[in-house]
Each structure stands twice: as C-alpha cells, then as structure tokens.
Design a protein around this ligand. Sequence first.
Ligand code: FES
Ligand code: FES
Length: 168
Amino acid sequence: MRRVNKNERVRIALTLNGRKLAAEAEPRTLLSDFLRHSLGATGTHVGCEHGICGSCTVLIDGVAARSCLTLAVQAEGREVKTVESLAAPDGALNALQTAFRENHALQCGFCTPGIIITAHALLSEEPDADADRVREVLSGNICRCTGYISIVEAVLDARSAYRKGGGP
Ligand code: FES
Ligand code: FES
C-alpha cells in the first residue's frame, strides 16, 4: 500500500445527492469541510466538530453519520446525501421540511439540517416511530433554541407521508 504524505492532496470521488462528483483534498480533511468547501453543499452545518451536536449529520449509504467525525477519504465511492437532497428539483419541500415549517420547529435554524436528516433516516426506517422513539433518536442532536417540543411534533406530523413513501 502506498503511503500518503499528510499534505498530499488526493482525488475523492463520490455520489452527492445523486450527482457523481470528485474533488481533491488532503487525507486529513473532514467530510464536513469537504462537503461545504470543496463541493459547495453548505446545507450541512458544523457546530462542535467533536461529534456532540449533530449539526453535521449526513447520510452515508443511507445511514446517518457525523460528517465531522468522518474523513473525506472515507466517503470515496460512497453515496452521500445532505439536507439539499430532500426538496424536489422544483424546490418543493419534502414532508419533514413542510412539517418543520408548519410546526415552527426551528428558530435560528443552525441545528435544523442535522435534525431533519436524522429524522429523515428514522422515518425512512420506522415511519411509525412514537414520540419516545423520536426523542430517543433526536437525543444526539442539540438545539439551543426551540425546547424540542415543536421539533418532536413536526417529526410526528411527517410520519403519515413516510408511511405512504412520501420521503425522498
Ligand atoms: S459538528 Fe459534527 S457533531 Fe457537532
Ligand atoms: S433552532 Fe437554533 S439551535 Fe436549533
């Protein structure tokens, strides 16, 4: 196996929100920084950079993951989805995004992309999740503004659309 100098830039190719893309980065580059700075996917937010706040959550091959704890090189050949993947091409919001808006489930919005991606992963697998399950799954996402009540209500409201296959 070839040793890579830590300052050497390597080409990383992945599928981002359905598009095959590639860019160069240092082997130590975080996936969160790669998405935002190299690929322009700024919907992914970066808060703590320590795996605590959940703001940077993305889907990697369909599984919710902290992009601040993932190296960009680890995403080589993977399918990555960010919050930008959820709305329709014409800009129409998906069921979760609509429910967040209707339930006033965000204030500053900094945590929102990570929370919506986490909730999307949950409802895609468990569209009948109850309030306790929603709280359990969202316990890894920190929101400083809302008090969570409206967030949980929004996720519960979106369940019916996911039961019908309404999530992208
Ligand atoms: S920025 Fe990744 S968990 Fe906080
Ligand atoms: S809406 Fe401000 S941190 Fe959640």
